[in-house]
Design a protein around this ligand. Structure first.
Ligand code: ADP
Ligand code: MG
Length: 242
C-alpha cells in the first residue's frame, strides 16, 4: 500500500488549470524528487498533499485516510505530514529550542519538560544540539533551515514535503542542509522534495518526477530520468539545468 496516493488530481486558480490530472503513489520510505520549470505546478502539488489547497478533482489518500476538506481532518493531516519551505520562517522572538518546542506544546499538548527533551533530540538530529539557546538572527541561513527541519521533525510526521528548501541559501550553505536530508532518507523517512539540486536528486532519490504544464511528464528512477530523458521537454529542461 502506498503511504501517499495521489489519484488524478486537478487544481485550477480561476481559469488557469495548474494541475491537469496528476497521479503519483509514494511508498513508505521512498524519496521522490520533483523537478520541472517554474510554474509547472510543483509547489501546488505539494500544497495539495498537505491540504493547503482544496482539490477540483481526484483524490489524495495519506496513510489510507482520504483527504476531505473538513477542518478537523485537515488539521489531523497537517500533523502527520510535515512541510518545509524555501523561507525558514522561524519565529524571531523565540530561541531555536523554543521554535522547535512550540508546535509539540500547542498542538500535541506536550508538557514543557517533555517538549524540551524532544526539541533537544531533534536539534541533535540536525547537528544543532549546541544551538538550543541561540536566537534565529545569530544563526546562518543553513542553520536556520536545519532548525526548521528539526521543528517539522518534532511533530513526528509520517512524511516530509520539502519545497526548494535550499533555494534561498548561499551556495556554501546548501550542502549542510542536503546532508541533513540525506540522513533522514537513510533513516527511512518518506520524502517528497521539489529541488533544483540535480546531483543530489540523482544520488539520493528513488524516483524522479518531471512536471511539465501541470502533468507528470516523465517519472522513473534517477538514472533513467537524468540519463535517458525521453521527451524533448525534459531534454530541454536538463539542458538548461546543467
Ligand atoms: P512551481 O512551483 O512549479 O513553480 P506553482 O505550483 O507555484 O509552480 O504554480 C503553478 C501555476 O499556478 C503558476 O501559473 C502560478 O502562477 C499559479 N498559482 C499558484 N498559486 C496560485 C494562487 N494561490 N493563486 C493563483 N495562481 C496561483
Ligand atoms: Mg514552486
Amino acid at each position: 500500500m502506498p503511504l501517499i496516493a495521489i489519484e488524478d488530481i486537478r487544481k485550477r486558480f480561476g481559469t488557469n488549470e495548474v494541475l491537469k490530472g496528476v497521479t503519483l503513489r509514494v511508498e513508505p520510505g521512498e524519496v521522490i524528487a520533483i523537478i520541472g520549470k517554474s510554474g509547472s505546478g510543483k509547489s501546488t502539488l505539494l500544497r495539495c498533499v498537505n491540504g493547503l489547497e482544496t482539490l477540483d478533482g481526484g483524490a489524495i489518500m495519506v496513510a489510507d485516510a482520504k483527504l476531505v476538506p473538513d477542518d478537523l481532518h485537515l488539521r489531523a493531516l497537517r500533523l502527520k505530514v510535515g512541510m518545509i519551505f524555501q523561507q525558514f520562517n522561524l519565529f524571531p522572538h523565540l530561541t531555536a529550542g523554543r521554535n522547535v518546542m512550540l508546535s509539540p506544546m500547542v498542538t500535541r499538548k506536550l508538557a514543557e519538560a517533555e517538549a524540551e527533551t524532544l526539541a533537544r533530540a531533534m536539534l541533535e538530529r540536525v547537528g544543532l544540539g549546541h544551538k538550543f539557546d541561540a536566537w534565529p538572527d545569530q544563526l546562518s541561513g543553513g542553520q536556520q533551515q536545519r532548525v526548521a527541519i528539526a521543528r517539522a521533525l518534532a511533530m513526528q510526521p509520517i512524511a516530509l514535503l520539502c519545497d526548494e528548501i535550499t533555494s534561498a541559501l548561499d551556495p556554501e550553505l546548501v550542502n549542510e542542509v542536503l546532508a541533513v536530508v540525506r540522513g533522514l532518507a537513510a533513516d527511512g523517512m518518506t520524502l517528497l522534495m521539489v529541488t533544483h539540486e540535480m546531483r543530489f536528486a540523482r544520488e539520493v532519490c528513488d524516483r524522479v518526477v518531471f512536471m511539465h504544464e501541470g502533468r507528470v511528464h516523465e517519472l522513473g528512477p534517477p538514472d533513467e530520468v537524468f540519463g535517458n530523458p525521453r521527451t524533448p521537454e525534459l531534454q530541454q529542461f536538463l539542458g538548461m539545468a546543467h
